[in-house]
Structure formats: C-alpha cells, structure tokens
Ligand binder design. Structure first.
Ligand code: UDX
Length: 455
C-alpha cells in the first residue's frame, strides 16, 4: 500500500503544469492560488505571464516564471474599458505565447508538461494548445451562476431581446431565476459586439477544452454547477474556494497598508464595517460623496479602502469634504489597499460593504462575514443578487449610491436582528466551506478527480 502511494507521488513529481493567468488582480489571485494548490499536490509549476501586471516571482521561489511581451502601450492600459483591453491582449499575446510555450515543450531538461491551464478569457490559447497537441484546462474565475448569466445574456442578445429600459429592468429573467433584467452581467465598452464575441469565444473554447476548473463549491452552487456542465459538456472541477487553501496576499499588485490591522486591533469585537470595491471598479465624485456621508451618518466604525483611481479624475481623497476624517474622531480609517483576507478574518470586522467581485464574495464567505452588496458591472451584479436573495448572506443596495439607504443598510446589518440572521447564514456557509475542502468533502473529491485526470 505504502509502495503504491510512493510510486504515485513520484509520478506526480514528474509532472509539470504550465499556467497562464490573465493580468488583472481578480484573475491573478485565483490562478496563483490554484498554482499553490497543485504544487502542494506534487506538481511542478511554470507560470507564463505578461509584462503588464506581472506577478512578483520572488514571492514564489518554488515556481518557474516566464515573461512574454504584451505589446501594450501605456496609453492603452485603462480599466475604464476592460473589454477592449482583454481584446487587445488576446491579439498581442498570440505569437509571444506560442513561442514561449513551444520552447518550454522542447526543454528536455525539465519534467514533461501534463497540461496547460489558462484563464477563460485567454480565448486564443485553445488553438495554440491544439496546434501543440497539448491538453488545455480552463480556469473560470467567476461563479457558476454568473457563467450561466453570461450564457443567458448572449442568447438574449442573439435573439434581439435586449432593448429593455425603465421599469422593465425590474422584470425577472425567466431562464435564470432569481435574476432581474438589471442583474444581467453587462459590461460597458466602446464596441458592444466585441463584448458578445468575447462571451461566445469563452463558451466555444471552453467546450473544446479538456475540462473546467471552477473556484466554487457544491455546497454553494450545486444546481448551477450541474447546469454549467450541461453547457460545456466537459468535466467540471469545482475545487474552491481556493482562498481556503492559500491566501491571495502574495499575488497582490499593490502594497498592503498594515495600519489596517493595527487600527482594527483597537476596535471592539465585530464593530467595524470594512469597505472595498476591488481592483477595477471606478465611480464618480458624486457617488464617492454619497458613500462618505452614508458611512459617516451610520455612526459605525469603518475601514475604507480607497484605491488610487477609484474616483474618476481624482488622485486619491481630494473630493472628500475638508476635515472629514477628523470629524469622525477616530471612528474611520482610510487606506489605499489592505490585506483583505486578514481584515476579513480580524475579530473586529463585523460586515463587508463590497462590489461583490467573486474573490471578495468568496473571501467574505470563508471568514463568515455578512455583506452589503453594491455591484459595479458584469458578474458582480449576479453575485450580489445571489448573496442577498439565494444565499441570504447580505443586503443589496437596490438604489445604488444613495446616502440614506447606505446609512440604514449599515445599521440593519451591524445592529439589527435581520443582520444577525444574515450573519448566522454566512457562518453556516463558512462551516460548509470547511467541510468541502476536507477529505471526503465535495471540493476535495473534485481535486482528487482533477489530479487523477492529469495523471
Ligand atoms: C474582477 C471582477 O470585478 C470580478 O467580479 C471577477 O470575478 C474577477 O475580476 P475585482 O473587481 O478586482 O476582480 O474583484 P475581486 O474578484 O473581489 O478581486 C479583488 C481581489 O483583490 C481580492 O482577492 C481581494 O482580496 C484583493 N484585495 C482587494 C486586496 O488584496 N486588497 C484590497 O484592499 C482590496
């Protein structure tokens, strides 16, 4: 018995995975967490990455890194049109990626490559993998529910059913309950057709792949995952949440301000609302001020991440009223970037006001922190609706940035019985996460299945 385990381990040691993350914070984090998970399973890891938003290799001395030129000009790097940027990357990186991967496959001194794992938004990589006779596994960094919503959105677009405005935005979308028309994962971009082509490519290339890894777990999205399987008809491995295995802090592109933790250390148990909108959401000055007054009027302590670039046209905090923080007399703390998982795990953190990026949503669930949801665009809208109406672990701000509703909702979450009920539900999900990653749990079994497929 021991001998056969040893042989299996040796076989694993002889395998190499090549991973190609999309260079956005919300995509780098899960890919590098997956790399750590697979490394812990005995695989050696090679990361191919763009120059733009390159991960820091010194945080991963156990991996091999290869950088490829992405041809991006400084003027082209803008998150205000992420779809255009993804489109450009998918054109510029074809030849450098193909060259790099071909060279890696020829290296006889290295272990043989078992497969290529790429982000689902690297559309061109399936064709490259086919040409090199290498199997490709896709990492979907979003929820299964939002993947289904993207499929429904594409189908509505193709049937010409999307010119809906006004009160109709509140209507349900029958194909994907409980989503409303306003929850469809639209993303603003200068050429809408490109957006729909990207959704179609992700589905087409996913169906041509050897399997799909989802950063999710059955306890949360069982029926969505099985419907996703019907869409793709390739093996689906729901092995998440990755954040339960490894923190995302080593792939952070910005430096963490450690004053978040020292400030939290001085606050009462579960008293603080942590506020962060991830790495790419932007807002205008009016929205920012509604946020500031909502927080101030709630009279709850808050830790607020204001990322440089969060407020369009502002460097950082210039649009806040003069003396805003002083007026809070220590009740508020603002940083440019925090160590989010550490903040969510801190005993003083009682709630998370989030844009519902998928990583943030999972991190909140893993730490048992209830949410206030204010999605920006795309999959965030679906996650927000699910968090508030399906999993019932948060409250959705239906009217967007409106100080009165913000103030009431913070109180509702932090100080009222309804908020306590949401906390109990998220604590229950946290327990389910813990069970799912243990031997015998659904994510653990999916990971075993994935490793078996690779071998
Ligand atoms: C984007 C999309 O918005 C998201 O919906 C999609 O699923 C992935 O890509 P982003 O907007 O950055 O990501 O949000 P999110 O998915 O939540 O990822 C943000 C990451 O940055 C999280 O892992 C979070 O821990 C980290 N973070 C955020 C920090 O480390 N510090 C901070 O101060 C804020």
């Amino acid at each position: 018995m021991e001998n056969s385990t040893e042989t299996k381990l040796q076989q694993r040691m002889g395998r190499r995975l090549v991973l190609f993350p999309l260079p956005f914070q919300g995509h780098l984090n899960p890919m590098l967490q997956l790399a750590n998970i697979m490394h812990a399973r005995g695989f050696s890891i090679t990361i191919i990455h763009t120059h733009f938003n390159s991960p820091n290799p010194s945080n991963y001395p156990h991996f091999t890194f290869h950088s490829i030129p992405d041809g991006l000009l400084e003027s082209q790097v803008s998150f205000s049109d992420a779809i255009a940027l993804i489109g450009l990357l998918n054109i510029n990186c074809v030849a450098p990626f193909q060259d790099c991967l071909s060279r890696l496959l020829l290296q006889t001194s290295e272990e043989p490559v078992a497969c290529l794992v790429t982000d689902y938004l690297w559309h061109f990589t399936q064709a490259v993998a086919n040409s090199l006779k290498l199997s490709r596994i896709v990492l979907r960094t979003n929820s299964a529910a939002s993947s289904l919503a993207f499929a429904a959105l594409l189908s509505l677009h193709e049937r010409g059913c999307l010119s809906i405005k006004g009160p109709q935005l509140e209507s349900p979308v029958p194909e994907i309950p409980p989503l409303k028309v306003k929850d469809l994962p639209k993303i603003n971009t200068r050429d809408e057709e490109v957006f729909y082509q990207q959704i179609a490519s992700a589905f087409r290339e996913g169906r041509a792949s050897s399997g799909i890894i989802c950063n999710s777990f059955e306890g949360l999205e069982e029926s969505e995952l099985s419907r996703l399987h019907e869409h793709f008809r390739v093996p689906i491995f729901a092995i998440g949440p990755f954040q339960k295995y490894f923190s995302s802090s080593s792939s952070s592109l910005l430096a963490h301000d450690q004053s978040s933790i020292t400030w939290l250390d001085k606050q009462a148990h579960r008293s603080v609302i942590y506020v962060s909108f991830g790495s790419i959401v932007e807002m205008d000055e009016t929205e920012f001020l509604e946020m500031a007054f909502g927080l101030a009027n709630s009279e709850q302590p808050f830790l607020w991440v204001v990322r440089p670039g969060l407020v369009r046209g502002s460097e950082w905090l210039e649009s806040l009223p003069k003396g805003f923080l002083e007026m809070m007399s220590g009740r508020g703390h603002i940083v440019k970037w925090a160590s989010q998982q550490e903040v969510l795990a801190h005993p003083a953190t009682g709630g998370f006001w989030t844009h519902c990026g998928w990583n943030s949503t999972l991190e909140s669930i893993c730490e048992g922190v209830p949410m206030i949801c204010l999605p920006g665009f795309g999959d965030q809208r679906v996650n927000a609706r699910y968090a508030s109406e399906v999993w019932k672990v948060g409250f959705l701000l239906e009217n967007g940035w409106e100080r009165g509703e913000i103030e009431r909702t913070i109180r509702r979450l932090m100080a009222e019985e309804e908020g306590q009920e949401r906390r109990r539900r998220v604590m229950h999900l946290k327990e389910m996460v813990n069970l799912s990653v243990k031997p015998g749990g659904s994510s653990h079994r999916s990971l075993e299945r994935f490793v078996a497929q690779l071998l």
